[in-house]
Design a protein around this ligand. Structure first.
Ligand code: PLP
Length: 362
């Protein structure tokens, strides 16, 4: 990795430094510090890019930075779902995918849609039961999982799952949207591909929809790039610019929001309206379960001043939602489970706002 051609980076730069420095133009007088938004559908022939569906310097800057953080080559997409679709296209016709029962609803919908069409079949598993997951990997083409899971917040034993799945001949894909490379680097644990909804913490400001796939095997990455070029699920130059601007502050945002999440977990513990406070030990997502089920959980929406009732997560603003309001959410998720995405407001203000709301619905 080099920061600029004239200043090669030491190999051991810390991730916080990588996030800020990689993907910048050379340090040339009067040139901008950031790769600008390149609006181009085509390029003068004879170079590497040729056409706007094959490449864009604004994508490359983002891809270099996220790739360096994950430890692989990054390919950006129009959305997390487009990234997911490109990876699922790699499964051969009639293939088998193993995925956790508590996967992101968009993933479940994408898998079930393909299963309904007869493209592939899916085996849903309890991610925390390593033996059951590996038994399901027998004859499978792909093991796909998130850790922590959404919104149950279960953790995977990634090295054990990777080793077992590889021994059975399955590729391993990890959706690292929740953990982010600031907390987990699945490629270092041997995963074949990492998928991101860069819409969430990577861009971090609730104003971008984007996705990414990162891999270490050049041949596999080329197949992902081919899917992007053929299907055309490309990001816009402006969105990759915004996503990279967000990525520059990933570590400070995660550090701060994670500290606040821990404070909230402490202060919510034992609240009479709650039967459970789930936190996987790191990260910015907390799930709380209301004793009274769906009704008081839905009532929270009108009772908070700071916390915004909204789907999605990973922004600077704190948001929450009852996940079972989505019909595709697994029935094993409690009806009263509310997922909190902790942002950057002051922890005392966030705690006071949420506890007052819980007091009023409890
Ligand atoms: C949001 C999300 C996706 C889908 O990403 P989009 O950018 O909305 O298409 C995939 N996986 C996880 C874990 C997500 O949270």
């Amino acid at each position: 990795m080099s920061v600029t051609p004239e200043h090669p980076a030491p190999a051991d730069l810390r991730p916080e430094t990588v996030a800020v420095t990689v993907g910048r133009p050379p340090h040339v007088p009067d040139q901008p510090l950031n790769v600008p938004v390149h609006l181009a559908s085509t390029y003068v022939a004879g170079g590497d890019l040729e056409y706007g569906r094959y490449g864009n310097p604004s994508w490359t800057a983002f891809e270099d930075a996220l790739g360096a953080l994950e430890g692989g080559r990054c390919v950006s997409f129009a959305s997390g779902q487009a990234a997911e679709a490109a990876v699922l296209d790699l499964v051969p016709d009639g293939g088998i995918v193993v995925a956790p029962q508590h996967s992101y609803t968009g993933t479940v919908l994408a898998l079930d849609d393909r299963a309904t069409m007869g493209r592939l079949s899916v085996r849903y598993v309890d991610l925390t039961d390593v033996e059951a997951v590996l038994a399901a990997c027998d004859g499978a083409d792909l093991l796909w999982f998130e850790s922590p899971t959404n919104p149950a917040l279960e953790l995977a034993d990634t090295p054990a799952l990777v080793a077992g799945a590889h021994a059975r001949g399955a590729l391993v894909v990890v959706d690292n949207t929740f953990a982010t490379p600031a907390r987990r680097r699945p490629l270092a644990d041997g995963a074949d591909l990492v998928v991101h909804s860069a819409t969430k913490a990577i861009s971090g400001h609730s104003d971008v929809i984007m996705g990414a796939v990162v891999g270490t095997d050049p041949a596999l990455v080329q197949r992902v790039i081919a899917r992007r070029s053929l299907v055309g699920g490309i990001p816009s130059a402006f969105e990759t610019f915004l996503a990279l601007r967000g990525l520059r502050t990933l570590h400070v945002r995660i550090d701060r929001a994670e500290a606040t999440a821990r404070t909230l977990v402490e202060r919510l513990d034992g609240h009479p309206a709650l039967s459970e406070v789930r936190y996987p030990g790191f990260g910015t997502i907390v799930s709380i379960v209301l004793r009274g089920g769906a009704e008081p959980a839905d009532a929270l929406a009108g009772r908070t001043a700071l916390w915004i009732h909204a789907t999605s997560l990973g922004g600077v603003e704190s948001t929450f939602e009852r996940r079972r309001r989505w019909p595709a959410e697994a029935e094993t998720i409690p009806a009263g489970l509310v997922r909190l995405s902790v942002g950057l407001e002051h922890p005392d203000d966030l705690a006071a706002d949420l506890i007052a709301a819980l007091d009023s619905v409890g």
